[in-house]
Design a protein around this ligand. Structure first.
Ligand SMILES: *Cc1c(COP(=O)(O)O)cnc(C)c1O
Length: 219
């Protein structure tokens, strides 16, 4: 099967985005061959929604790529998750952080994380509401097996691009607040926002990490 459209898609995206923007390939429901084509085209960051999905592909790609969790992490999957993931972008509760920290206690590792922010406070989405972010970060900064690296957000479900822009601006402002603070156990450097339909606006508004699925893997 000819999968060369994947490398063409990637080439096109990489040409459009500034060098400082990291491209995460979101591999949900993709085959090993599709993901191989993607990795061989130079995208070494894989975004994964479920621990089970990560387990299926881990042995193929663990040497050559980084695995980023981008979906809700269930409590009963934390042990597996900390073995597989290089970063968890979808931190949405205190208990999850507490458990990750506990399980890494006797290891030499820290887990890099992003806090998921539910920027438009949508019922359908997980994530910390913007007004609670400062307090949330303050609480989790006490865990020394956690490295807080920034925030992740998903643009609101709307066709209205100006409305999206407004929320991306809000997310950027939150990110800049974090940059200014002196937070324990942190190394703030990622604002992960922007998907296939809105990554250009997200980058305009300050994103430095985009998570792309369909634009990479669709013909
Ligand atoms: C699916 C998904 C993406 C990628 O979405 P596309 O529209 O296919 O680019 C990005 N982030 C998260 C959290 C996702 O679940």
């Amino acid at each position: 099967m000819d999968l060369s459209y994947i490398s063409k898609n990637i080439e096109k995206i990489l040409k459009e985005i500034p060098d400082y923007v990291k491209l995460v390939a979101v591999v949900k429901n993709r085959t090993i061959d599709e993901i191989k084509e993607c990795v061989n085209s130079g995208v070494k960051l894989l975004g994964i929604n479920y621990v089970q999905e990560a387990e299926k592909i881990f042995s193929y790609f663990k040497e050559s790529t980084e695995f980023h969790m981008i979906g809700h992490l269930q409590k009963n999957k934390i042990n597996k998750a900390i073995k597989i993931f290089d970063m968890i972008q979808s931190i949405d509760s205190f208990e999850t952080v507490l458990e990750i920290n506990k399980r890494l206690m006797n290891s030499g590792r820290k887990m890099p994380i992003l806090v998921e922010v539910n920027i438009a406070k949508e019922e359908s989405k997980k994530g910390i509401h913007p007004e609670n972010l400062a307090h949330f970060i303050d609480q989790i900064s006490n865990f020394d097996k956690i490295e807080i690296m920034g925030i992740m957000t998903i643009g609101p479900k709307t066709e209205n691009l100006e409305l999206k822009r407004k929320y991306f601006k809000m997310a950027r402002a939150l990110y800049e607040d974090l940059l200014r603070l002196n937070i324990k156990n942190s190394n703030i450097k990622y604002l992960s926002m922007g998907m296939s339909d809105d990554y250009k606006i997200a980058i305009d508004e300050g994103s430095n990490m985009i998570r792309i699925g369909r634009k990479i893997f669709s013909k």
